[in-house]
Ligand binder design. Structure first.
Ligand code: 0A1
Ligand code: ZN
Length: 894
């Protein structure tokens, strides 16, 4: 197959031979690791006849025998993707010896080295970089593993499942043998051989079995792992309580590694994590880091059932495990946030804060993806490089689709569907149809129309219109839907959209909802199911015109188009009983104000913030009866990435001018209010990661941001004091972030002091890199951010081969700083092309992620597009560019 040929979902075929058992023997050595694999291959009754197909990538084949004998002439063929072996028996034993060079593997896929240890990453297709194998998720086998390595440099030898045996060997080497009692696909295989120490805990599972939990890290990091361990215990309990799912192994391990392409990986019983999502203590991690550790630990742990016990038939079904598992980790986080609340209203607000963060992420990351050349359904129909499809669409939109099932079926109905899914499919590799089929069967409902969410790309627009009939006391709501065309999908069909609706009375209280023909009293929030292009609902028994509150809790991943006056938005900001929608009313109002300011900036008109908006904003700022975490979210502007897509055509410079103007104007106008909230919010006592404390710190940092944006000397003084006296990273980082955007001399000193303090600390230095790459100035001073980023690349702590460093510094510039990256002289694009090409030589996955920063280039003004095109073309024309990057730039240019 020539490179660039798409792989099609419709072409799925089971393999003629699968694998019953795998026995792996690793002689680990940095430059020449020898892998012996003994496979029992068995004929697959359900597949057409054919050879044994083994995939292999960059392997040196040392030897291969078939039932103990050398292959006969022509029996073994080398193909583009690996090997094919003709056999006639129904069961055949293969012994394959390969040699690989982990020290030269900078892709971080397959077996590689990091800080002297050996680690693996096999999802999606890394196992074939270790040995020849039918490396597909529908081949599930029993694995046993023997590892042998140098005892001094690699005292710890880990693999999946249960430890059977360890022992010393001659020449300072030692070995361990592991057995995984569960069937698994090769992408869940893992090994670790390194110098690590573990924090251990023993807990009893719901059935009373004692299990051993371990978090393995380098010895110097042992003071940063207790939160990950706590998170693991919380996750284990939550899955028991909410889904009745128990840990199935006697031992569950988490291992931290500094060089890792993604967040973490759910290998059976041996989760491997990017250190960023394991390590956190008050001095090094912000509240957000603590929250991320908790949710990533939960995510990987939850995969044990949704992903591992039941896995994907093929990679097109990725959202089967990822959408469902993201949904589960989001529910878990919401429960963790609410657990400290002392009233139902406080719990609802705490849950809404999690929901707000999820939706902010969706709007900033997934909506632009769905509007660009990489738009794909949550279950794609084709791909060129599977590693490019670990996307916000598959993950975040996939989670929204699962959440809609919960909304449609209710808690109990959803749980029944999950139970049925496990009862039918435990130990199998299945499809999204199988999952939705279980939801339908368990609830006796038809979800055929719902399946369109799996096949249609693009963000649907939901249009709402209301008509008030004063004489009849009725309100008719008409909902219509439209999904814009996306690449390869010009015409869209209507989707099944659950729309949670409330009607607010003139006094601000929710009204009971009674549809024409129904007897009251009704609930105050109801879910309307829109299944057609357009439909109306009439609510009756109303004495005054209501204000609609639509899509409560963000009940579907759509863009809501509704003509709402400024007054109505302000009214909902003050009264909407749904905390998510209360927040969203503010976001809509801000969006309107910012887009108008950006238009003024583009046209050279003076910028002015409408007074009415200021009033609505201030009402939230000074309301100390509200949960601080909620207020912090309510005061935060919509993300720049989301706003850019709302400006048509997109133009980063006036948008940035609008954001700066609005932030400064609010900071100036409400200086006294920001200051008094700032002073009141101080959290006393020792740091603890707790939602209430974190909420206060978030709001306090938000106040500091507005105050320093407004630029007074007092504000700089406050920020400097906070920086110097901070008792934890959230405060220290919040103050540094505020100072970095100022022109005050304290800026340089703070950056320097932070650097000094955390010199040897890779994860904290990532924050320092990222902050500088993503920063701008509140004043008119034009910082040369590009020059700064280039200078920082020369810092000894920076390295192009460490993904975290690249994501922090280059990602911070390309993705988090549009106005600087899209500078008018085009120098940002030349730098982008140069870095993508350089990264691609070693690590195509990381290069491809950086390449994606320009995929949405057609949304910009023609002048900007003209400056971007040559950079895209340069990368596309580069000799030897990886399939990963080729797919991104190819689709961008097509
Ligand atoms: N399954 C992991 C994500 C992951 C995917 C690919 C990787 O390497 C290319 C690594 C991790 C998760 O969802 O957490
Ligand atoms: Zn996952």
């Amino acid at each position: 197959m020539p490179p660039g040929t798409p792989i099609l979902r419709s072409a799925y075929q089971p393999l003629a031979y699968t694998v019953a058992t795998v026995d792996l023997d690793f002689h680990l050595d940095p430059k020449a690791t020898q892998v012996t694999s003994r496979l029992q291959c068995v004929r697959n009754e359900d597949a057409p006849a054919g050879p044994i197909v083994l995939f292999g990538d960059t392997l040196e084949l040392v030897s291969l025998t078939i039932d103990g004998a050398a292959p006969a002439d022509g029996q073994l063929r080398h193909t583009d993707s690996g090997l094919e072996i003709d056999v006639s028996a129904d069961s055949v034993a293969l012994e394959i010896v390969t040699r690989i060079d982990p020290s030269a593997n900078l892709t971080l896929s397959g077996l590689y080295q990091s800080r002297g240890g050996f680690f693996t990453q096999c999802e999606a297709e890394g196992f074939r970089r270790i040995t020849y194998f039918p490396d597909r998720p529908d081949v599930m086998a029993r694995f046993t593993v023997r590892l042998e390595a140098d005892a001094a440099t690699c005292p710890v030898l880990l693999s999946n499942g249960n430890l059977l045996e360890t022992g010393a060997l001659p020449n300072g080497r030692h070995f361990a043998r592991w057995e995984d009692p569960f069937l698994k696909p090769s992408y869940l295989f893992a090994l670790v051989a390194a110098d690590l120490k573990a924090l251990e805990r023993k807990v009893d599972t719901m059935s009373g079995r004692e299990v051993l939990l371990q978090v393995w890290v380098e010895a110097r990091d042992l003071d940063r792992v207790s939160h990950a361990m706590d998170s693991l215990v919380h996750s284990l309990r939550w899955d028991e309580e909410v889904f009745g799912l128990e840990l199935d192994l006697d031992r569950f391990m988490i291992v931290a590694v500094s060089d890792f392409n993604m967040g973490a990986m759910e290998n059976k019983g041996l989760n491997i994590f990017n250190t960023k999502y394991v390590l956190a203590n008050p001095d090094t991690g912000t509240d957000l880091d603590f929250e991320n550790v908790e949710s990533v630990v939960a995510h990987e742990y939850f995969h044990n059932w949704t992903g591992n016990r039941v896995t994907c038939r093929d990679w097109f079904q990725l959202t089967l495990k990822e959408g469902l598992t993201v949904f589960r980790d989001q529910q878990f986080t919401a429960d963790m946030m609410a657990r400290a609340s002392d009233s139902p209203a406080a719990a609802a607000s705490a849950r809404a804060v999690t929901r707000i963060a999820n939706v902010r992420g969706l709007r900033a990351g997934q909506f632009p993806e769905d509007a660009g050349p990489m738009a794909h359904p949550i279950r794609p129909d084709s791909y060129q490089e599977i590693n490019n499809f670990y996307t916000a669409t598959v993950y975040q939109k996939g989670a929204e689709v699962i959440r809609m099932l919960l909304t449609l079926l209710g808690r109990e109905g959803f749980r029944n569907g999950m139970d049925l899914y496990f009862s039918y499919h435990d130990g199998q590799a299945v499809t999204c149809d199988d999952f939705v089929g279980c939801m339908a069967e368990a609830n006796g409902v038809d979800l055929d129309l719902f399946m369109r969410w799996y096949s249609q790309a693009g963000t649907p627009h939901l249009k709402a219109e209301g008509a008030w009939d004063a004489a009849a006391g009725s309100y008719t709501l008409t909902l219509s839907q439209h999904t814009p065309p996306t690449a390869g999908q010009p015409d869209k069909l209507p989707l099944h959209i659950p729309v949670a609706v409330g009607l607010i009375g003139p006094d601000g209280a929710d009204l009971p909802l009674v549809l024409a023909g129904e007897a009251g009293p009704g609930d105050t929030t109801r879910v309307l199911e829109l299944k057609e292009a357009s439909r109306s609902w009439t609510f009756t028994g109303l004495s005054a015109e209501p204000v609609p509150s639509l899509l409560r809790g963000f009940s579907a991943p759509v863009i809501l188009d509704i003509a709402e006056s400024d007054e109505r938005l302000a009214f909902r900001m003050a009264f909407d009983a749904d905390p998510f929608n209360r927040w969203d009313a503010g976001q809509r109002y801000m969006e309107r104000v910012i887009l108008a300011l950006a238009a003024d900036a583009a046209a050279g008109r003076p910028l002015e913030v409408p007074q009415a908006f200021g009033h609505a904003f201030r009402a939230l700022l000074i309301d100390d009866s509200l949960d601080a975490a909620f207020v912090a979210e309510a005061l935060a502007l919509p993300s720049e990435a989301y706003l850019l897509d709302r400006l048509q055509p997109a133009d980063p410079a006036p948008l940035r001018a609008a954001l700066i103007h609005l932030t400064r104007a609010l900071g100036l106008a409400m200086k006294a209010d920001f200051l008094s909230r700032y002073l009141d919010l101080e959290v006393d006592g020792e740091y603890r990661y707790h939602p209430l404390d974190a909420g206060k710190r978030a709001l306090r940092n938000q106040c500091l941001r507005y105050l320093t944006a407004a630029g007074s000397a007092t504000a700089i003084d406050l920020a400097t004091k906070q920086f110097e006296h901070a008792g934890n990273m959230t405060e220290r980082y919040g103050a540094l972030a505020a100072l970095v955007q100022s022109d005050a001399p304290a800026r340089v000193g703070a950056l320097e002091a932070f650097h000094q303090r955390y010199m040897g600390d890779a994860l904290v230095l990532d924050k320092w890199f990222q902050l500088q790459a993503g920063a701008w100035r509140w004043s008119d001073a034009a910082p040369d951010t590009l020059a700064q980023v280039q200078a920082l690349m020369a810092n000894p702590a920076f390295s192009l081969s460490n993904p975290n460093k690249v994501y922090a510094l280059l990602g911070g510039y390309f993705k988090a700083n549009p106005a600087e990256f899209h500078r008018a002289d085009g120098a940002g694009y030349a730098f982008w092309a140069e870095q993508v090409i350089a990264l691609d030589r070693n690590n195509p996955q990381v290069a491809s992620r950086m390449a994606r920063a320009l995929e949405g280039w057609r949304k910009f003004t023609p002048e900007i597009q003209a400056r971007i095109r040559p950079a895209l073309e340069k990368v596309a024309a580069t000799e030897g560019i990886s399939p990963d990057v080729a797919e991104i730039v190819g689709k961008a240019l097509s």
